[in-house]
Design a protein around this ligand. Structure first.
Ligand SMILES: [Zn+2]
Length: 159
């Protein structure tokens, strides 16, 4: 009879999952399986937990963003719900950084320009790139011209 390479592991979440332990020397597999089970949750619970954490973080950011919008009189964005969630976070993070890093005059000019940029798509298309710094954002905001854009595109309107 061959020595088993995959062992059912009872994880701390209460679920049992068969895990491939080929990489663990045969004589240590049982111990390894016991240690894994004691310290970890199964793959499914691990993924659920990760998603819940992310969801919580996103909700908190949106709450912070809403307070920030009120404080700085930023208009509501237009777009689909998915775009709104994303663009709201981007606008908040970009403008909060502007406020923190720039002098008052620069910041107030940037906020004035930003108030005219109400299309979610603009924020997503222009400011989502992680390589951009605050100076880049300032330039993008200052040179954006949304006057040629329709108020909202029919397909973007969820209502
Ligand atoms: Zn589980």
């Amino acid at each position: 009879m061959a020595i088993k390479t995959a062992l059912p592991i009872a994880f701390s979440c209460g679920h049992t999952e068969t895990v491939d332990l080929t990489h663990v020397p045969a004589g240590r597999r049982k111990n390894h399986a016991f240690g894994l089970g004691k310290n970890r949750v199964c793959t499914k619970c691990f993924k659920t937990q990760g998603a819940a954490d992310l969801d919580k973080l996103n909700r908190q950011t949106l709450l912070d963003a809403a307070a920030f919008e009120q404080e700085h009189e930023l208009p509501e964005l237009t777009g689909t719900e998915k775009q709104l969630n994303w663009a709201t976070r981007i606008r908040y993070q970009v403008l909060a950084a502007v406020l923190e890093e720039q002098d008052e005059e620069t910041a107030s000019e940037a906020f004035a320009a930003a108030r005219t940029l109400t299309r979610s798509g603009w924020w997503i298309d222009n400011c989502a790139d992680k390589d951009l710094d605050t100076d880049d954002h300032l330039e993008l905001i200052a040179t954006a011209d949304e006057s040629g854009q329709p108020e909202h595109v029919a397909t973007e309107n969820p209502f």
